[in-house]
Design a protein around this ligand. Structure first.
Ligand SMILES: CC(=O)SCCNC(=O)CCNC(=O)[C@H](O)C(C)(C)COP(=O)(O)OP(=O)(O)OC[C@H]1O[C@@H](n2cnc3c(N)ncnc32)[C@H](O)[C@@H]1OP(=O)(O)O
Ligand SMILES: O=C([O-])CC(=O)C(=O)O
Length: 394
């Protein structure tokens, strides 16, 4: 019907460049991830999450003064508006935390003094408030659904520390808070992944930042994307009662079921973040006396890798969601908060991409994303099908 359509239908846009970006870079064959020129391993070792958020948003590492001003702005933005707390209290206690997070972001918009601002600074200010408030929403929801009052933020605490405090109501172990901060660094950006593309697509319509982020949260929640981490933990919990773990993994693959947390649209080798998280899982297993989860995840990895290799699929290796699951579990975080924690980190990348999209900060990109679909439905010619009035339809 439409001769001009360029067909890339069955590849999920893999390998199709739809825009330029200056924010992050992946070498999927070598397993390398770079944010604004810096390798993820170096950032994980040497930077905090807020330093990385500044890097992603502004394009350069902050000076000491710039970092301290940025941290102060984030601290100042942590308090949730009362109407959001009231709305959270009215939600059914069974609501999934990702749904709650997705519903809460637009509720934060009217309270933002920069919402009507069209410039880059206004958008960075909105990003800072989202970075500050998304952890507060996740923590408040966890308390409210458990019949507890949300806790006020503590300005003496750093970003991950404050999240753990608002979540649990006790000062966190410094090593665990540091590990969580590293997890936030590792998840902060990943080029044009599904949720970032959703954000950029919405931003390209000139919708505001809160509208664009809401789309990203929805996309992240799916089990093929960020939602995989909760499913990995579901699998590990199930395996705790399975006598033959090797056979279970083999059966899953034989039956064509996907092993959650394995495989990646871009990496054709192990995800560099999984390498980091695997070591963290081992260390946390020893520290918390929960080596079982470390052992189980490594067993699944070993058997799955062997089975994938045997089937000529040696590109299927653990991704970021695989070892983050035992890590968060050993930190005492409820399973359905794993994906919200991903969002609490990825918000830095989403906002950076929304700003890049809005201000066309990289060279080539369309004004508005608008792909084509090939129509394969009912067709009776350009005059349309004969319309039967409702009373005479059978
Ligand atoms: C933060 C993130 O979003 S990371 C990804 C998180 N998602 C997951 O962990 C879910 C499990 N993984 C997957 O479903 C996939 O690996 C994806 C969707 C992430 C990427 O997959 P793609 O590279 O696009 O490949 P695609 O989905 O087309 O699968 C290619 C083949 O590998 C197989 N495969 C891919 N991943 C897996 C897996 N985890 N377990 C079993 N088989 C798999 C597919 O069944 C398919 O086999 P076939 O060719 O025989 O039909
Ligand atoms: O890039 C992707 O397809 C998935 C993603 O967001 C990530 O791995 O962090």
């Amino acid at each position: 019907m439409s001769a001009e359509i360029v067909s890339v239908k069955n590849i999920g846009l893999r390998g199709v460049a739809v825009a330029d970006t200056k924010i992050s870079f992946i070498d999927g064959q070598k397993g390398v991830l770079i944010y604004r020129g810096y390798r993820i391993e170096e950032l994980a070792e040497r930077s905090t999450f807020l330093e990385v958020a500044y890097l992603l948003l502004e394009g350069n590492l902050p000076s000491k003064e710039e970092l301290s001003r940025f941290e102060e702005k984030v601290k100042a933005g942590r308090e949730l508006p009362q109407h959001v707390i009231t709305a959270l209290k009215a939600m059914p206690k069974t609501a999934d935390p990702m749904d709650v997070l997705q519903a809460s972001v637009p509720m934060l918009a009217p309270d933002d003094p920069d919402l009507q601002g069209a410039g880059r600074n206004a958008n960075v200010n909105m990003a800072i408030r989202l970075i500050a408030r998304m952890p507060a929403v996740a923590a408040a929801w966890n308390r409210i659904r458990n019949g507890l009052e949300p806790l006020p933020p503590d300005t003496n605490l750093a970003h991950a520390e404050n999240f753990l405090w608002q979540l649990k109501g006790e000062k966190p172990d410094p090593e665990i808070a540091k590990d969580l901060d590293v997890c936030l660094v590792l998840h902060a950006d990943h080029t044009f992944n599904a949720s970032t593309f959703a954000c950029r697509e919405v931003a390209s319509t000139r919708a505001h930042m809160y509208a664009a982020v809401t789309a990203g949260i929805g996309a992240l929640s799916g089990s093929l994307h960020g939602g995989a981490n909760t499913r990995v933990m579901g699998m590990l919990l199930e395996l705790a009662d399975v006598p033959d773990v090797e056979q279970w993994v083999k059966d899953q693959i034989d039956h064509g079921n996907r092993i959650m947390g394995m495989g990646h649209a871009v990496y054709k080798t192990i995800d560099p973040r999984a390498v980091y998280l695997k070591e963290m899982a081992t260390r946390l297993g020893k520290k918390t006396g929960q080596e079982k989860w470390d052992y189980l995840s490594k067993t699944v990895e070993r058997v799955a890798v062997r089975e994938f290799d045997r089937r000529g699929k040696s590109e299927i290796r653990p991704n970021v969601d695989f070892f983050s699951a035992p890590v968060y579990h050993m930190m005492g975080i409820p399973r359905d908060l794993f994906t919200p924690i991903f969002a609490i980190s990825r918000i830095a990348g989403w906002c950076s991409h929304i700003i890049e999209e809005k201000f066309a900060e990289a060279q080539d990109k369309p004004m508005l994303y608008r792909p084509q679909a090939e129509y394969v439905g009912q067709y009776c010619g350009l005059m349309g099908c004969v319309y039967e009035p409702v009373d005479s339809r059978r």
